[in-house]
Ligand binder design. Structure first.
Ligand code: SAM
Length: 276
């Protein structure tokens, strides 16, 4: 991989956050992954491929759904994510679940091996996704499903990322990758994604947009969370003299979402596609 390419930058970012990714108590990735697994209608005993498995939000949910007679394979380009998740698998003594370092653009498995291919908040980052859909279809057995999710873009009445204007503004000013901060519709939008999926040989495509609640114990915890996933790329490219002001803006806006019980709850729309 060209070390100055956007792919290499993304891989470095996820390598650098792997230790803290989805571990600081903020709820966002796991409820999305749980919903995706529900939409994929996994059955006991099925074989599942989880693309861009990260720390296992969808992987563990899928393992629960297919049970001990099923099999779940998680792949990720980030070797650090895979190492962390492999350690977690050993801690949990999880049977029937394996993880490997592999590019989700071209997973190396035999035709018809899986009943479902899933990817939560990951597949939209893959370059050349249109041609990858065809490979995913080939991996599926008859009756197989592809289920993917990503944050839905919000541009009206003003741009929001993760439900917040302040993050969209900072991302637009300092971001290096629109694929990490989806100011553009993930998967090219519902019409293009549906056309691409049908073109790849899927016969049925369902599109859903649903809010997930981004939940943090405090505005400051939410700001710290932004350092632990793809948004880390923004902080790393932002000149350090802007860090404090941007963090203050995000915390101030998050404070507008503090509920009566004292936690932050920001509704944030998520796009799901399920193709059969
Ligand atoms: C936002 S995380 C999502 C992780 C997990 N699925 C979740 O829901 O928490 C995105 C993950 O996709 C991985 N990723 C990005 N591009 C990839 C590619 N081309 N192939 C495989 N994994 C990729 C990243 O390394 C990262 O672990």
């Amino acid at each position: 991989m060209n070390t100055s390419s956007p792919e290499a930058a993304m891989q470095r970012t996820f390598d650098s956050v792997a230790g803290s990714y989805d571990q600081n108590g903020v709820e966002y990735f796991r409820p999305i992954a749980a919903r995706l697994v529900e939409l994929a209608e996994l059955d006991s005993g099925e074989y599942v491929l989880d693309i861009g498995c990260g720390r296992g939000a969808a992987l563990f949910a899928a393992a629960g759904a297919v049970g001990p007679t099923g099999q779940v394979v998680g792949i990720d380009v980030s070797a650090s994510m895979v190492a962390e998740t492999a350690a977690e698998l050993r801690r949990r003594n999880a049977a029937g679940v394996v993880v490997a370092v592999m590019d989700g653009a071209a997973p190396g498995f035999g035709p018809g091996y899986f009943d479902a291919v899933i990817g939560s908040n990951s597949v939209h980052m893959i370059q050349g996704l249109e041609s990858a859909y065809g490979r995913y279809r080939t991996l599926l057995a008859p009756g197989g499903r592809l289920a993917v999710s990503a944050p839905a873009s919000v541009v009206e009445p003003e741009p929001r990322v993760f439900g917040l204007r302040s993050i969209a503004a900072a991302a637009a000013r300092f971001s290096v990758s629109a694929r990490v901060y989806p100011q553009e519709e993930a998967f090219g939008g519902p019409e293009k994604a549906t056309t691409d999926l049908l073109h790849a040989g899927f016969t049925e495509v369902a599109v859903h947009v649903e809010d997930v609640v981004l939940r943090a114990d405090s505005p400051d915890q939410l700001v710290r969370w932004t350092w632990t996933h793809g948004m880390r790329m923004m902080w790393d490219t932002m000149p350090p003299e802007h860090h404090e002001a941007v963090a203050r803006e995000i915390a101030a806006e998050a404070a507008e979402f503090v509920t009566e019980s004292g936690v932050v709850e920001v509704p944030s729309p998520v796009r799901y596609f399920v193709a059969r």
